[in-house]
Design a protein around this ligand. Structure first.
Ligand SMILES: Nc1ncnc2c1ncn2[C@@H]1O[C@H](COP(=O)(O)OP(=O)(O)OP(=O)(O)O)[C@@H](O)[C@H]1O
Length: 622
């Protein structure tokens, strides 16, 4: 080979006598003006520049970390070095036998030096990169004369598209077993490639996992992912909020444990959808789709969670609230609904008097007839009479042409609801009493009487008996109206209803604003349940409506509560809050157990007697 090299340098043709890849590389070395008689000191990196290059090649270095020593161990005890080059031919890692490495250093075969063909002519590192193929360069095959003591084997390290990312080189002193060592170099390069691909896959997996988490947290719906073992691997905050739990307490659990579905459901179930109940017992429906691999095997399931809608529309939903007090009120209302009796509904403002009146109407045999409401406090006294009884054309100045039917006429065969009856002027009370007695009504200015069949429901927040004593309300009318009385408890006496009212009002507001469904953080309930609510349910509804209107994200949090709550949250840290929270916990447990003491005590982790004592101490009504 020495002879061939000398003849090539002298310009003779040796093409047919030299391996083609070596010959082509010699030609390139000539084209690059490489000096065959000189060990070049060009393209050698300073230590900081080498460090920078190593940082840039961090993944290549990490992938080769376990490979270089392994390859070196395969070479036995002979004098070798194993080198890692980057795709510019710079040596960035080296391990090897010290005596050979110091010899190699004399020709700059050491970290920091570039072994591109352009600088050092034909050599294993540079030529493997130029040809993007494994190569051995032996003794006088090196273009630079002083490198002829070297035997080198190199294989490119390629990415998945086959482009070179670097090069693995084994260098030693000239030996005979060329092919075997080239195979080892190729094996090393392929191990590094596999490691690189593995870490790429790991990154991809991380990206998909984190990406899915982030994407699901941006969704305006509950999202859940369950793997093929039935373990919940992801639930977004909105999904967790719909279940009334924290995501951390759900992820990692078996779906069968969280949703009481049969074990093996993931593998065998035809329908993947789960019927789930949230903390307050409302149905949460799921819509899951199976994820399968190319062979059609199940990898798991992903899907959405949402609060089930009852078959009737939201606007049909009347009384919301599962508290004992609410249930008792509803039971009385439904009992009285089947009769024809007048009902006097009493309760503070915003406690739901009109709702209960509508409920009575809907549960009554008159449900197909009209429900007509009149708020006596919202009209000037002079207008109430004409509103109630109607008038004929020309009955008074300003009377509409053709006249106008009154509420009684409109409510015929149905129910009339007279709200704020305590504000009814005395003269109208007289007329009303007459209508009730005679069951007929005459429009103002008319001589004819019209037979009517109307049931009367009246409501007031005032003390009617006190008004009677003050002669502001007629005793005979009072007795006529209060055949049955219904007392509506204020919200502060039934805070457990808040658990049902809040999600309902959130959905109602979202529907009204035509905005996507919103979840709510559990802590918000604590604040809402311990609030005094002077405006009762109406105030709660307004509060939720404003929270929905101002919501920043898909979950309502404590920060979304109106300002007065923020002040209370800061100010009322001491004892009373503790009491309130105890009260809230007790009420929550009692709601869960439908008022049964023993299981509620178990939920709370206290004895029955302690629970009885606390209920008394804190004056809890349920
Ligand atoms: N139990 C309930 N379930 C659902 N919504 C309720 C309930 N109670 C009250 N609301 C809502 O609160 C608001 C006030 O209710 P309603 O008008 O029936 O109260 P009210 O006692 O008649 O008030 P007021 O005496 O001021 O007329 C309404 O928007 C109603 O929909």
């Amino acid at each position: 080979m020495e002879n061939h090299w000398k003849r090539f340098i002298n310009g003779e043709s040796v093409e047919s006598e030299v391996t083609p890849s070596i010959y082509r590389s010699w030609q390139r070395s000539i084209d690059y003006n490489v000096d065959y008689s000189l060990v070049s000191n060009q393209d050698i990196l300073s230590s900081p520049s080498l460090n920078k290059r190593r940082e840039a090649q961090e993944s290549l270095i990490r992938a080769s970390e376990p490979v270089l020593p392994y390859i070196f161990s395969l070479l036995g005890s002979t004098n070798y070095t194993v080198l890692l080059g980057d795709n510019d031919g710079y040596i960035i890692e080296a391990i090897g036998d010290a005596p050979f490495m110091s010899k190699a250093q004399k020709v700059n075969l050491s970290p920091g030096a570039s072994w591109r063909e352009e600088v050092r002519g034909t050599n294993a590192i540079g030529t493997a990169l130029s040809d993007n193929a494994p190569i051995s360069v032996f003794g006088w095959e090196h273009f630079v004369q002083d490198n002829n003591f070297l035997a080198c084997w190199a294989a490119p390290i390629q990415n998945s598209l086959g482009a070179p990312l670097g090069v693995l080189d084994i260098s030693g002193e000239v030996s005979l077993d060329r092919q075997k060592i080239l195979t080892i170099a190729m094996m090393g390069a392929s191990m590094i490639e596999k490691n690189l691909r593995l870490s790429e896959l790991e990154n991809q997996l991380k990206f998909y996992q984190e990406g899915a988490k982030l994407a699901s947290s941006l969704l305006q719906q509950g999202f859940i992912a369950i793997d093929h073992n039935g373990i919940i691997t992801n639930i977004n905050p909105l999904g967790a909020a719909l279940l009334g739990r924290k995501a951390e307490t759900i992820v990692g659990q078996l779906a069968a444990d969280v949703f009481s579905t049969p074990k093996g459901w993931m593998l065998n179930g035809h329908s993947l959808d789960l019927q789930i109940k949230d903390r307050s017992g409302k149905d949460v429906s799921s819509h899951l789709k199976r994820v399968v691999n190319e062979a059609g095997q199940s990898l798991g399931a992903v899907g959405t969670l949402q609060v089930s809608k009852t078959p009737s529309s939201l606007s049909d939903t009347l009384w919301i609230g599962q508290s004992q007090l609410s249930q008792r009120t509803l039971a009385r209302a439904s009992k009285v609904a089947s009769t024809h009796s007048s009902v006097l509904i009493h309760g503070e403002s915003g406690t739901g008097k009109e709702i209960i009146a509508r409920t009575i109407h809907q549960l009554s045999p008159r449900c197909d007839g009209p429900f007509v409401a009149l708020n006596c406090a919202s009209l000037p006294p002079s207008l109430i009479e004409s509103e109630l009884f109607g008038y004929v054309e020309g009955a008074f100045t300003g009377a509409r042409r053709g006249g106008k039917p009154g509420k009684f006429e409109l409510a015929n065969k149905g129910t009339i609801f007279l709200d704020e009856i305590g504000d009814m002027p005395l003269n109208v009370q007289v007329a009303l009493l007459r209508v009730l007695q005679e069951k007929e009504v005459s429009r103002i200015g008319d001589t004819k009487a019209l037979k009517i069949d109307v049931r009367i429901l009246a409501a007031t927040h005032k003390d009617l008996s006190a008004l009677v004593s003050a002669e502001l309300f007629r005793l005979d009318l009072y007795y006529r109206l209060k055949v049955v009385t219904l007392e509506l408890p204020p919200l502060r006496d039934r805070p457990e209803d808040i658990l049902d009212l809040v999600p309902y009002f959130i959905r109602k507001a979202c529907e009204a604003f035509d905005s996507p469904a919103l979840g709510i953080e559990e802590e918000v309930y604590t604040h809402l349940s311990t609030h005094h609510w002077p405006g009762n349910v109406r105030e709660l509804e307004n509060c939720i409506e404003s929270m929905v209107a101002m919501a920043e994200g898909p979950i309502l949090t404590v920060a979304d509560l109106p300002d007065e709550f923020q002040m209370v949250a800061v100010e009322s840290e001491p004892e009373p809050l503790l009491d309130q929270q105890t009260k809230h916990a007790i009420l929550y447990a009692l709601t869960q157990t439908k008022g049964k003491i023993a299981p509620a005590a178990k939920i709370l982790g206290v004895g029955r007697n302690t629970l009885y004592r606390k209920i008394k101490e804190l004056d809890i009504k349920f």
